[in-house]
Ligand binder design. Structure first.
Ligand code: GAP
Length: 457
């Protein structure tokens, strides 16, 4: 919906059971969020849709679920211990901490791509353009310092440096370190991809904006391993497929755009984000990166294992190129919540709040509503239990039918199934469509296929 604020979405999510503030009874725990009964269904459906599209429907992609805690050498090889870190600057006046690249991007309204700049270039730009502290408007910055946002913990009973382990800040390293395992155990031929969905953790300097940037989040990532000669084609292909996917889940075309990176990491051959117009402005939704041979070469170097592939036809041995596609499940859930919400003015002069989720990702596919509790609840519960074997449904017998429709509208339930005398006498039900509010009469046994048909993406 146009002009929906983040505050509105946060409040609505709490009120209707999508997302609650983390540890709320202890006054919360900043930038952590708990998914409630509706939110967990929504996010599970988003993850299921991604897995279906990119793993199930792509026979050259193999799914894995790697450990969160990895050998710390993984993070040396990946460069996270040495250089992962946001360039932070402190305002000496008000002591607030900021990311130097974000300061520049906000100042230039996104026209300057600061993410590829060196620390010296960032400092010079901030100084030349007299960028002031967003908090106190002062202009007294410290030099840039790197802040490593990996959460540390320790293994074993004694805490010492040798036992330090890290919570993974991205899931993709599990995909790189299992390249040889997957290739050999599945006798996989290049090109193929490895995908996984899982939690990542980052001690972000500037977390915030609800689910947009949190310290614990889920990533859906895949790495396409391929020969260099095919790599640009796969890069372009994933750019297209990534955009199609989020459109198919309901994000509007005019709120989506590509953002090609001008400045690239030294090993990267191309990089692009897909941005979505959140209530806070245009921001990254996902990334597609052509990472060359960097990741597998580094893991070869640090592990001593040759991360090579031998082409069975030509016998050529080489380190594959990698195209990475990465998207946050929580960030996508936020985009979908913002996109789906509408305060709709009705013909009778009233308004209703409605979440226009695609039926595939809607938390409940249908609500089963007995018209009159006293007469119809027994039959309604019977229908509800049968449908619950097929997809997620909910049951509501409290209040007037009109109020119950409104509750389901804001939960985003695409179909309300009313059980009345006709159901008991003739085996038919009325099915109300959330978006059009129109009703059709169906036989009970027709309901599953009617709804399943609408769930296709
Ligand atoms: N392996 C590559 C990688 O992790 P990234 O751009 O840092 O790249 C990929 O993250 C995606 O993960 C982002 O586009 C975003 O959707 C999500 N993401 C990253 N940091 C996040 C955070 N702190 N909170 C929520 N989602 C995040």
């Amino acid at each position: 919906m146009e002009n929906v604020t983040m505050e509105k979405i946060v409040n609505l999510c709490k009120q209707y059971g999508f997302v609650y503030p983390g540890s709320e009874i202890y006054d919360g725990f900043a930038n952590t969020w708990d998914f409630g009964p509706l939110g967990v269904e929504l996010k599970n459906n988003i993850k299921k849709a991604w897995w279906q599209r990119f793993v199930q429907e792509d026979i050259n992609t193999y799914g894995i679920d790697a450990a969160i805690l990895m050998n710390p050498k993984v993070w040396e090889a990946s460069g996270h211990i040495e250089s992962f870190g946001d360039p932070k600057m402190d305002c000496k006046k008000c002591k607030q901490r900021f990311r130097a690249d974000s300061l520049i991007e906000e100042f230039s309204k996104g026209t300057v791509a600061a993410e590829g700049m060196s620390d010296e270039e960032l400092e010079k730009y901030i100084s030349d353009n007299h960028i002031v502290c967003p908090n106190c408007k002062g202009f007294d910055w410290t030099k840039i310092r790197k802040f490593n946002p990996m959460f540390k913990t320790s293994r074993g009973t004694l805490e010492n440096d040798a036992d330090t382990v890290y919570l993974r800040p991205e899931t993709c390293q599990g995909e790189y370190v299992n390249f040889l395992n997957v290739q050999r155990s599945l006798r996989a031929k290049l090109p193929f991809a490895i995908a996984q969905i899982g939690k990542s953790f980052r001690n972000e300097i500037t977390p915030g904006n609800f689910l947009f940037r949190t310290i614990e989040f889920e990533q859906m990532e895949l790495q396409k391993f391929c020969h260099e000669k095919d790599s640009m084609n796969f890069y372009e292909d994933y750019k297209k497929r990534a955009l199609e996917f989020v459109k198919d889940l309901g994000l509007a075309s005019d709120k989506l755009r590509y953002h090609d990176h001008d400045k690239l990491a030294h090993y990267a051959k191309a990089a692009c984000d897909i941005q979505y117009k959140f209530p806070i402005g245009w921001e990254e939704l996902n990334g597609i990166h052509h990472r060359g041979t960097w990741d597998l070469s580094r893991h070869s170097e640090y592990s001593g294992k040759k991360m090579e592939y031998q082409d069975p036809e030509t016998n050529e041995k080489f380190i594959p190129n990698v195209i990475e596609y990465s998207i946050g499940a929580d960030r996508l859930a936020l985009a979908i919540l913002c996109q789906s919400y509408e305060e709709e003015a009705l013909e009778d002069g009233t308004t209703r709040e409605v979440m226009h989720f695609h039926p595939y990702i809607a938390p409940y596919k249908a609500a089963i509503l007995p018209l009159v509790k006293k007469f119809h609840s027994e039959k309604a519960k019977e229908v509800c239990l049968e449908l619950a074997k097929i997809f997620m449904v909910t049951y509501d017998e409290t209040g007037s039918i009109g109020k119950r429709y409104r509750r389901q509208d804001v939960a985003g339930t695409p179909y309300c199934i009313t059980i009345d005398d006709e159901t008991i006498n003739n085996g038919t039900v009325t099915v109300r469509d959330r978006d059009t509010m129109k009703q059709v009469t169906l036989k009970i046994e027709e309901v599953p296929s009617y709804i399943k048909d609408k769930m296709k993406i």
